[in-house]
Design a protein around this ligand. Structure first.
Ligand code: HEM
Length: 602
């Protein structure tokens, strides 16, 4: 906002001049002078770096003292990615521009070609992500997500094969079982009311033979749109309260918080793959994994403050030795992993083809082959295994649940897309005798397009960043990006830019169909790009597809009634002109501000 440095100096000189010639001895003007001087000193300190970019010939929008360009994020008025989208949209003529996130110099890159160069061609200048942690305080943060330089490179090379198609095929039954349980869970919840309103308006028990409104009732799909909507909402863990209202069509349905509900599925699907254990987050909000997740994601003021500072002012976090992972969460995951490791080493627990088995095999290989380690190699200790199992768990939980939640909102708002998706599922299932397999998922072309379009409008990481690790001259310019600078790609802004996507705010899966023009490289990157792109991409796709295949065979998703002021969902059917709103309280990742939808049994 202010170009403070020069104006503060001017203010001080002017006051001194006034004092010298007119007011010697005036207590009033002395006080004004003292205030002005203090203000100038404070402003000079809090904006000391704000001319960094302009002094290097890089355009920088006006910034606020202390917080720089992210005042709206710090005040929880805007989600972090939305803030950079706004900056992206405002300065359309710039290839890149300089920003400050607190005192972190940040180069925002608007040009997809340059993004591609940073991520892929010139990766050796940008090997780190720029997330800071202190290994002593936070040993569980020592995973591929946070590690830097050669340490990251070695570990990534070691664990990448775990996510190969072959290994994922082995994990597939674990995910598929959970998807099946999820649908049973949803059906149970929908039937829990034990009563539904029948077509003629009378109330009958669900399991009553010939009850029009029972689970197997066939209802005209057109009449279903916006049909039965309970005025009750989801409970704390996203479970469903009984539907008690009906328009008389005899549909068992209820309003649910889709992000919380589906979060149970994504957590329960990843636990057996990462830890070789069975969790029950779907059913039980006191499940130990649910409690540990709750501790990690708790939206206490301190947590929000700590997360914001960690992201935007890492030096502050390092100085005060703040933990990324709360102690409770750390102890829980470390204990779980070490107990599974010991049980398998002693042969008390059989091998299950999960992450733990694979890293154990890796560790044994290294020990047996007596692999010589240099200083920068990462030894596969219990802590390294725990850290990576933990990050796989978090990655597999949060990103996929928020994507599915946005996807449910879009399916509710776009009934024709939902119907097309359901038809494809039925068709492909029929070709495979009703059996879901890894191969079947690869044949779901339309589903792939729907997921792609969801990730275009709602990338869970709405901005992606790298840290410059070696000075870098931006091609075709004289601008040097200095070591230590964060380089940020405003993915959300680019993916919703009319320049690259016609009718960019609308949800149109067909834009991804074969033969349609595809965006240039560096434009669409919900999973990142280059050597540091998302290691769990294939896993995430399987997890989401399994859920959709199982669910949409039995359940219809329709809009929830507008229950809260400012709610996301417009109750009236019709095309949406704007994407669903993101929750401003989560600075790093994108979540719907309101994820209520109505689920009904088909
Ligand atoms: C919809 C689902 C997901 C999305 C959109 C997503 C997106 C991303 C993005 C954007 C990055 C940063 C990439 C970059 O900097 O270029 C990333 C990194 C990562 N993701 Fe995912 N992710 C998803 C699911 C998963 C899952 C299921 C797992 C684990 C099974 C996972 C594990 C990781 C890890 C470990 C990294 C760090 C990779 C590294 O630095 O080497 N992600 N993800």
């Amino acid at each position: 906002m202010f170009g403070f440095k020069r104006s503060s100096v001017q203010l001080v000189v002017m006051l001194a001049w006034l004092l010298r010639y007119y007011t010697f001895g005036s207590i009033v003007l002395w006080s004004i002078f003292a205030c002005g001087l203090s203000l100038a000193v404070v402003l000079a300190i809090t904006t000391y770096d704000h001319d960094y970019w302009t002094s290097r010939g890089v355009f920088s929008p006006p910034a606020w003292p202390v917080v720089g360009h992210i005042l709206s994020v710090v005040m929880f008025k805007e989600q972090g990615g939305m803030c950079f989208k706004r900056i992206y949209d405002t300065y359309k003529d710039k290839r890149f521009l300089g920003c400050h996130q607190f005192y972190q110099r940040t180069l925002v890159v608007r040009d997809p070609e340059l993004i591609r160069r940073v991520c892929v061609n010139d990766f050796q200048h940008f090997t780190d992500r720029g997330f800071f942690f202190n290994k002593d305080v936070d040993p569980l943060a020592g995973s591929v997500l946070f590690l830097r330089g050669n340490e990251w490179k070695r570990l990534r090379a070691k664990i990448s094969p775990i996510f190969s198609p072959n290994k994922l095929r082995g994990m597939f039954p674990l995910i598929e079982n959970t998807a099946e349980e999820f649908v049973t869970r949803v059906k149970d919840l929908l039937s829990q009311s034990n009563k539904v309103t029948t077509k003629n308006g009378t109330v009958k028990p669900v399991d009553q033979p010939n009850g029009v409104g029972n689970e197997s009732s066939v209802v005209d799909s057109e009449k279903l749109v916006g049909a039965t909507q309970s005025d009750k909402v989801a409970t704390k863990n996203g479970t469903i309260k009984p539907a008690e209202q009906s328009n008389g069509l005899g549909i068992v349905s209820s309003v649910v918080d889709s992000e919380k509900l589906v979060g149970g599925y994504t957590a329960d699907a990843i636990v057996p793959c990462a830890f070789g254990l069975k969790s029950n987050v779907m059913y039980n909000e006191d499940d130990p994994f649910a409690v540990a997740l709750h501790a990690f994601y708790e939206m206490s003021l301190f947590n929000i403050f700590e997360k914001t500072m960690r992201q935007f002012w890492p030096a502050f976090v390092l100085f005060f030795r703040m933990r990324i992972i709360p102690k409770k969460t750390h102890d829980f995951f470390y204990n779980i992993v070490t107990s599974v490791l010991r049980a398998r080493e002693e042969g008390v627990q059989e091998k299950r083809g999960d992450f733990i088995d694979m890293v154990m095999a890796l560790r044994n290989d290294e020990t047996n082959n007596n692999c010589k380690k240099d200083q920068e190699d990462v030894e596969i200790t219990d802590m390294v295994i725990s850290a990576n199992a933990f990050i796989i768990f978090l990655g597999g939980f949060e990103t996929t649940s928020s994507t599915l939640a946005f996807l449910f909102l879009e399916l509710a708002a776009n009934q024709e897309v939902q119907e097309k998706l359901r038809s494809e599922i039925r068709e492909v299932l029929a070709r495979h005798d009703g059996r879901i397999s890894y191969e079947l998922l690869q044949e779901l072309g339309y589903m792939e397009m729907v997921i792609q379009e969801t990730l275009r409008l709602y990338p869970p990481f709405p901005s992606i960043q790298r840290m410059c690790t070696k000075d870098y001259v931006i091609p075709d310019t004289n601008t040097v990006v200095e070591r230590g600078t964060i380089v940020l790609f405003p993915t959300l802004g680019i993916q919703r830019d009319e320049q690259y996507f016609e009718n960019a705010s609308a949800f149109i899966p067909e834009r991804w169909s074969e033969g349609s023009p595809q965006p240039p490289p560096g434009v669409y990157m919900p999973f990142g790009d280059g050597p540091r792109y998302c290691i769990g991409k294939r896993f995430a796709l399987i997890q989401m597809k399994c859920c959709l295949v199982r669910l949409l065979q039995h359940i219809r998703i329709t809009p929830a009634p507008r229950l809260r002021p400012g709610a996301n969902m417009a109750p009236a059917p019709g095309p949406r002109l704007e994407p669903f709103i993101a929750d401003p309280r989560s600075p790093l990742t994108l979540h719907p501000a309101d994820s209520l939808v109505t689920l009904s049994l088909l």
